[in-house]
Every structure is written in C-alpha cells, then in structure tokens.
Design a binder for this molecule. Structure first.
Ligand code: HEM
Length: 192
C-alpha cells in the first residue's frame, strides 16, 4: 500500500516539478533555456568551432592537429565547453577536454573549470575584455599515475578575430620547462 502511494506521489510531484522547471526556463519544456543575462559578455564564444592548429614545446617535435570545440549555454551564468582533437594526418583521436566557463555576474571575471582526458584537471581564472579572454590556472590537479612531467601552470588566450574566426593561444609550465607556448589554433565557426 505504502509503495503504491509513494510511487503515485513520486509520479505526480515529478510531473509538477518538470512543469515548474519548464515554465521557469522557457514557454515550452522542450526549448533550450533562455540565455542568462550574465553571459552576454562571453556570448561571442557560443557555437561549434572547428580548426587546424599546431603544437610546439622545447621537449617535443612540432605537430599539427585538428580540433572541434563547442560552447553552449544552459540558462545559468556559465557556458558548457567540450573539445576533441585529432591527428592532422591520420585522424586518430588525441587530446579531449570538457568543462564550464563561469562568469561572476555583474563583472568581467571568469573561471574556466576543465577536466582533461590526460588525467589533468584545472581551474583557470581571468577576465574578458571586449573580444579577448585571458585565463591563468591557479589550480592544476593530476591523477596519481599521470605521466611526467607535471603540469604546473596553464594559460589560455582566446581572441575573436571576426564573427566567424576565433584564435586560441595556450601556454604551459611543467616541472622541466618554463612557461611557454604549447598550442596555437584558429577556428572557423561551423554552427551557432
Ligand atoms: C592545456 C591543455 C594541454 C596540456 C596541459 C598539455 C600538456 C602536455 C604535456 C605536459 C606534454 C609533455 C611535455 C614534455 O614532455 O615536456 C604534452 C605533450 C604533447 N601534447 Fe599537450 N597538452 C595540452 C593540450 C594539447 C592538445 C590540445 C594537443 C593536441 C592534439 C596536445 C598534443 C600534445 C602532443 C602531440 C604532445 C607530445 C607527446 C609526445 O611526444 O609524447 N596537447 N602536452
């Protein structure tokens, strides 16, 4: 009896909750949530971007790679972020990362929270100024069986060159090497 009652109760309150959520977010429950006003300053990142970039570092041979990134909005003061890269010649999957680019409402202050498939996690913070974003890590985590060298610092600079062209420069410091460039890529917008 109790189980029947609780199942019915769960079903009806679940439906009520879903309706309340749908009404609060949009007029139609299947719609995407409305853009949160705080993300206006970084809304130029929204969409799917694709590009070909190059990687360098004093300890490795220079390489070319392809990458697709997606910045999406979720109705909160943040954008979701996904990136996958592949070998420029054989198409094999390489670096992947995913996370959230948060903005402190009412300011230009950003926090980029990222998990990498290499076992590195990071929190970068910085500012958006017009169509440029500069971020520097203050926290870099690492799994216990991660490869050497350890990453100590990561810096990313995004620049919107025009409405459909985005550039990323990425610098890093490791236990072996001073802070310097690792990646440079230009993306073209694929879809909104
Ligand atoms: C912020 C993101 C990234 C971090 C923190 C990172 C970190 C590193 C580190 C620590 C190394 C080893 C350097 C050394 O041995 O001195 C490395 C090498 C390398 N990275 Fe990245 N990386 C990042 C993004 C990428 C991306 C997007 C690609 C694109 C495919 C990439 C491709 C490579 C390659 C091909 C190597 C050389 C590997 C080898 O020769 O064994 N990395 N990276």
């Amino acid at each position: 009896m109790f189980m029947l009652f609780s199942a019915a109760c769960f079903r009806s309150s679940g439906v009520r909750l879903l309706r309340a959520y749908g009404n609060a977010m949009t007029s139609d429950i299947s719609d995407k949530p409305a853009l949160h006003e705080a993300v206006g300053k970084i809304s130029w990142l929204l969409g799917k971007w694709k590009g070909e970039g190059c990687g360098v570092y004093p300890t490795i041979s220079p390489f070319m790679y392809g990458e697709e990134i997606v910045f999406n909005h979720v109705g909160q003061p943040m954008l979701s972020y996904n990136s996958r890269t592949w070998h420029a010649e054989n198409g094999k999957p390489m670096h992947h990362e995913t996370g959230w680019l948060r903005i402190k409402p009412g300011t230009s202050t950003l926090a980029f929270i990222i998990a990498q498939n290499t076992g590195v996690t990071e929190i970068e913070e910085g500012e958006v100024e017009g169509h440029k974003i500069r971020l520097l890590s203050h926290t870099v985590g690492r799994m216990s069986f991660g490869a050497e060298p350890k990453v100590l610092k990561i810096e990313r600079i995004y620049t919107l060159k025009d409405a459909n062209t985005l550039e990323l420069e990425c610098f890093m410091e490791t236990t072996n090497t001073e802070h310097q460039k690792h990646l440079h890529i230009t993306y073209e917008k694929v879809s909104e």
